[in-house]
Write a protein that binds this ligand. Structure first.
Ligand code: SF4
Length: 406
């Protein structure tokens, strides 16, 4: 196989999706995997790609449950495959520290399963022939050394992309900071859709997993991917068409794949199937397990009282910075402003003017008015905003590690 067709083979594949619900995520995962014939993977090399993109412990809906990963290792090892686990986390996060914090190191060591930092070594240029927002990706080279790639995301709402499931999780196969590039694309002429969503649909044309296992043990609702609320569902899904598995996960979360731009666009291009009439889900009563998630808020000003955000054509990178800053430090900065004053922030490109004393975040806001506070960076990180406002350096251990979007 050449590296381009390894992850872009044409569908249709089998559109069956298997679901299991119960208290034990290990058992749920074994239960769904035993229904899929994976015997052809004997002596093959299998790469498991969970979502361990952030430094986070289990149980918050931020990262994949280690018990789901443990079950996947065991299932592939029993088939006779060589199994490894790989990840390329968001900028600033050390891969092995993230594995350790997530409990992945322990389950891997217990099973003699190798852990791989996908960022090691160089990247491989991956052409995107049908791309509208991107024509090439920088993919982590190690992924091309494997015969079969398994995407194992945690079930999340996502403030920029609607949901984060097995297609979106493949963004963690992009090399280092090139992940952030997808959040900083200019608008695409003639298309109203956000460039990040078009870019993920583009990516799914050349970088699709061969199998998806979705961890719905504890998902995340609202302000995903990292600032939302944990939502227990107790379900694991698996199937060979990642679009079909993502579509079923969407239903479980109380939305539909047709409303998720990257899934709708990818399916329209024939990369997979989201039409419920073409997806067979087992068991028949799976819809009893639907657990509606709160959607991500459309506007940060709604989420944070006394905060007004002037946002014009911003990238999701600056949105993430501001969101996580507000989530962590809103209460801290209240002491630095008169009581009841609305605190104003501006992000994005092309503002003609904003009210005086607005806090302008990111290089694009460099020249909006002389009386504003300006924080340079593309994007800046939360500690820099905090320092400009309070003069205090952050002591938050997560600071600088989670502002970049995944
Ligand atoms: S400063 Fe922010 S809005 Fe401007 S290009 Fe950089 S990330 Fe995008």
């Amino acid at each position: 196989m050449t590296m381009t067709n390894l992850y872009s083979r044409k569908f249709p594949v089998d559109q069956r999706v298997y679901a299991a619900k119960g208290d034990d995520p290990y058992d749920n995962t074994r239960s769904v995997l035993k229904q899929i014939d994976l015997s052809f993977l004997k002596h093959k090399r299998v790469l498991l790609k969970p979502n361990i993109g952030r430094l986070a412990p289990q149980g918050q809906g931020i990262i994949t449950d280690a018990r789901v990963v443990a079950a996947a290792i065991d299932a592939f090892a029993e088939i006779g495959a060589e199994v490894v686990i790989g990840e390329s986390p968001i900028v600033g996060v050390d891969t092995f520290e993230a594995f350790e914090t997530a409990g992945i190191t322990k389950v891997a060591n217990d099973r003699n399963c190798k852990l791989i930092d996908l960022n090691e070594g160089k990247y491989t240029r991956l052409p995107v022939p049908e791309g509208l927002a991107i024509q090439e990706l920088k993919a982590c080279s190690p992924i091309f050394e494997y015969d079969f790639l398994v995407s194992i995301p945690v079930m999340k709402m996502h403030m920029h992309t609607g949901v984060s499931l097995s297609i979106k999780n493949m963004k963690g196969c992009l090399w280092r900071r090139s992940k952030v590039d997808l959040h900083m694309l200019p608008p695409i002429a003639g298309m109203e859709e956000k460039p990040i969503n078009i870019a993920i649909a583009d990516m799914s044309g050349v970088l699709r997993p061969h199998l998806s296992i979705i961890d719905g043990t504890i998902g995340m609702e609202g302000l995903g991917p990292s600032a939302g609320k944990a939502r227990p569902v107790g379900v694991v899904l698996a199937g060979l068409d990642p679009f079909a598995v993502d579509a079923v996960a969407c239903r479980l979360m109380g939305t539909v794949a047709e409303k998720i731009p990257h899934l709708a666009m990818g399916a329209e291009r024939g990369y997979g199937v989201i039409d419920p009439d073409r997806i067979q889900v087992s068991p028949d009563h799976w819809e009893d397990w639907i657990t509606p998630f709160l959607p991500p808020p459309e506007n940060l000003s709604i989420e944070f009282p006394n905060i007004k955000v002037f946002d014009k054509n911003s990238c999701s990178a600056c949105q993430s910075t501001l969101l996580l800053f507000l989530k962590r430090y809103r209460k801290v900065i209240l002491d630095y402003f008169p009581k009841d004053q609305v605190i104003r922030f501006a992000i994005g490109k092309g503002h003609e003017s904003v009210p005086e004393t607005t806090i302008c975040i990111g290089n694009c806001t460099a020249n909006i008015g002389k009386t504003n506070t300006f924080i340079k960076g593309c994007p800046p990180v939360a500690s820099e905003i905090l320092y400009e406002i309070t003069g205090e350096l952050s002591v938050d251990l997560l600071d600088g590690k989670s502002e970049t979007p995944d």
